[in-house]
Design a protein around this ligand. Structure first.
Ligand SMILES: Nc1ncnc2c1ncn2[C@@H]1O[C@H](COP(=O)(O)OP(=O)(O)OP(=O)(O)O)[C@@H](O)[C@H]1O
Length: 228
């Protein structure tokens, strides 16, 4: 469960990106975050994985208050969440297997367990046959699938995705949605910021719309609501 209570965020240049947001997201939900460019979607998402700290208010994830979290406790929080970005952010010199294994090696997981978990998750994203490839030998959609595998290999409770289909052609974007939907059905909460009107209007989920740093709509099975 994720709860924001009257959260405000101003950047050091005094840009007020989030202006009093209160929301609650239950375990297992799939939520789209939509809104015009500059509305505060990325900031909203960055607050959730503690990339940014709120100026005011509380953000509670599984009884951990991010507003009060010490720097040294951040790695433990991050183990509860996987993050996927528009530009994949894979390590270019590591193979697909190594990119996905990396998060487990950092926590000194047993090598046999690493192998099993990585191959299991590569199966979910349908990339077992590319385990030895390097990222630049893959298509954009395949690279994003590796990034998703890396984000979920640790079985996080929450998967946060900031425009995961933003760099992909429409067909590939739908493939990514199938995978995110599958991961959600396996029990992971998914929170996805997106500008993809077709996806939001077709695969109906909860929609939180943000404008000028405020929630202007929060609808179960909502729609995109803006011109694409
Ligand atoms: N690190 C930063 N320092 C200062 N201002 C920032 C910073 N990051 C974002 N902003 C500003 O905060 C506001 C909200 O930005 P944010 O990236 O959250 O919007 P967004 O809805 O994700 O936009 P887009 O859809 O274009 O990605 C914008 O005015 C932006 O310029």
């Amino acid at each position: 469960m994720i709860e924001m209570k009257d959260v405000w965020k101003a950047y050091p240049n005094n840009m007020k990106a989030i202006n009093g947001i209160s929301i609650r997201i239950e375990k297992g939900e799939f939520v789209y975050v939509v809104g015009p460019s500059g509305a505060g979607k990325s900031t909203f998402i960055k607050l959730m994985y503690r990339e940014e700290k709120p100026t005011k208010g509380d953000i509670v994830i599984d009884n951990i208050n991010l507003a009060k979290l010490k720097e040294k406790a951040i790695p433990k929080l991050r183990r509860k969440m996987g993050v996927v970005f528009q530009d994949f952010k894979l390590l270019p010199t590591l193979t697909v297997f190594e990119n996905v294994a990396f998060a487990l090696e950092v926590i000194e997981e047993n090598p046999n367990v690493i192998k099993r978990k990585v191959m299991d998750v590569l199966e979910i994203v349908n990339l077992k046959n590319k385990a030895r490839s390097l990222p630049d030998e893959l298509s954009g959609g395949e690279q994003q699938r590796v990034a998703i595998a890396r984000a979920v290999v640790n079985s996080p409770e929450v998967l946060i995705a900031d425009e995961p289909t933003g760099n992909l052609d429409p067909d590939t974007a739908w493939e990514i949605m199938d995978i995110l939907d599958d991961i959600n059905h396996r029990g992971t909460t998914v929170i996805m910021a997106t500008h993809n009107k077709d996806i939001v209007n077709t695969i109906k989920k909860r929609v939180i719309a943000i404008e000028s740093g405020r929630v202007v709509r929060d609808e179960a099975r909502g729609s995109y609501g803006y011109e694409a």
